[in-house]
Design a protein around this ligand. Structure first.
Ligand code: SF4
Ligand code: SF4
Length: 447
């Protein structure tokens, strides 16, 4: 059989067979890594996407034979550790993804290798702590504790200590915590009549996310204000746990399954009651839209939630298509440098945030569609901080190039990373304000 160079069909994705008997079989995982790495060695298209591929190609080029057989299989882990599962090699570069017979799904192979590492106890205390976003958030946002945590995160001496003891890089700007959690302070308004459209339901349930709940509740409040201005009845999901994305990235799939058990019954009920479910963090939205459905392909509740889940700007554009979105913007935004995070690009829905920005008069949008290199926890780690800033450098430059009034990313963590890169690099946009796109739309509405 001849094998075509590249697939002509739309990419498909196989379920993650994490409950199969051989999923954690180390020899089989290594054999699959050998197969895929060899194809990548012959291809090398992804060399500039992240540092996982250059790490692989350096291992090969500097090995005894110049081929994959010259690489010690124990070094494969170095490639795995450099992958932060942004999904970009799968989505934007690889011509050999299924249905191509070579069946390359590089990110999900890395996920499997991470799961093996986790199962074998190869994960550090630091990594388990950083991915416990809900538990850490609950503790760090307790009044009094919160002031201490925020002060420590800004104190150079404490940060040096944190780097040597915990492995959190001393120069990484960390998000502040707040005791005014979103879930305790949100004032959703469900009083409006429901106006369903052809493209999107007329009532909304907000899945808060750990980040909005403990770090930047203002983003959630801004989303509520936008919904209220558009007379869309809204509620906050009654009970929620972390979406599971940080644990997925660690390879801790058993904990992902436990978190799914906590969230899915509540969300599925809302989905069946006709709510659109919105989360303001692209990685969390992606967890419900893609990763949980691939881990639990036969679960009807997971499917119901997948279908009800919207990125907030996807939802607003659907309302606009239904002629149910108000466009009475009062405040021009000027020059906005807008970054599309990878986990939003992977949702395959076009540039919905940019489309909403373009509805605002006297607003010029500089759209940057490239990985910024932070990921949720990866760019915080001492050993990956330099790589993270290096991957982000072209994004920092492009974002700063128009001397913008605002820098903005749907991923608040990427936004902060970009702001840090622009400041550290002393780039033109050094005075630009960092604001989440939902905050900018709330400003544009004059709310
Ligand atoms: S998923 Fe992202 S970080 Fe991982 S190998 Fe692909 S491009 Fe690199
Ligand atoms: S993931 Fe695909 S496109 Fe990227 S280097 Fe490997 S084979 Fe090539």
């Amino acid at each position: 059989m001849t094998v075509r160079e590249g697939s002509l069909e739309a990419p498909t994705r196989h379920p993650i067979a994490w409950q199969a008997a051989d999923f954690y079989d180390e020899d089989k995982v290594h054999a699959e890594m050998h197969r895929v790495f060899d194809i990548c060695h012959g291809c090398r298209r992804c060399v500039n996407l992240c540092t996982a591929f250059p790490t692989l190609f350096d291992l090969i080029d500097e090995g005894k034979t110049g081929e994959l057989d010259g690489v010690d299989r124990h070094d494969f882990g170095k490639v795995v550790d450099k992958c932060y599962l942004c999904d970009m090699c799968y989505m934007s570069k690889c011509p050999y993804v299924p249905p191509h017979p070579w069946n390359i799904d590089f990110p999900h192979l890395m996920l499997r290798a991470k799961a093996v590492k986790f199962k074998n106890g190869g994960t550090t205390f630091r990594d388990r702590l950083l991915t416990s976003t809900d538990a850490v958030g609950k503790l760090a946002s307790i009044p009094v504790v919160v002031q201490m945590v925020n002060a420590v995160n800004k104190a150079p001496v404490a940060r040096k200590l944190m780097q040597s003891v915990l492995g959190v890089h001393k120069d990484r700007v960390l998000p502040e915590y707040t005791s005014a959690r979103f879930r305790g302070s949100a004032q959703p308004d469900a009083s409006f009549p429901v106006k369903d459209g052809k493209n999107a339901p007329g009532k909304v349930a907000i899945f808060s996310t750990c980040y909005v709940n403990y770090n930047e509740p203002g983003i959630g409040h801004d989303l509520l204000k936008i919904l209220k201005h558009n007379e869309i009845p809204a509620i906050v999901v009654g009970k929620e746990a972390c979406c599971g994305m940080p644990k997925l990235e660690l390879g801790d799939l058993e904990t992902v399954a436990k978190l799914k058990q906590a969230n899915i019954p509540v969300l599925a009920k809302l989905a069946r009651e006709g709510y659109a479910i919105l989360t303001a963090v692209p990685s969390c939205t992606l967890m419900f839209k893609q990763e949980l459905p691939l881990m639990f392909p036969d679960d009807a509740d997971v499917k119901a939630v997948q279908e009800a889940m919207f990125d907030p700007f996807e939802y607003l554009i659907m309302r606009n298509r239904d002629e149910l979105l108000r466009t009475d913007f009062k405040t021009p935004l000027g020059k906005v440098s807008y970054h599309i995070p990878c986990h939003l690009r992977v949702q395959n829905m076009g540039q919905k945030t940019r489309e909403v920005f373009e509805l605002v008069p006297q607003t010029e949008v500089n759209t940057v569609e490239r990985c910024a290199g932070h990921d949720g926890t990866w760019g915080v780690k001492a050993e990956f901080f330099a790589d993270s800033m290096k991957i982000g450098r072209p994004v920092f430059r492009q974002m700063a190039s128009t001397a913008p009034d605002y820098v903005s990313s749907d991923c608040a963590i990427a936004g902060r990373h970009i702001r840090q890169g622009i400041s550290d690099g002393d780039l033109a946009g050094g005075t630009a304000e960092k604001q989440h796109p939902l905050t900018l739309i709330r400003i544009a509405y004059g709310l």
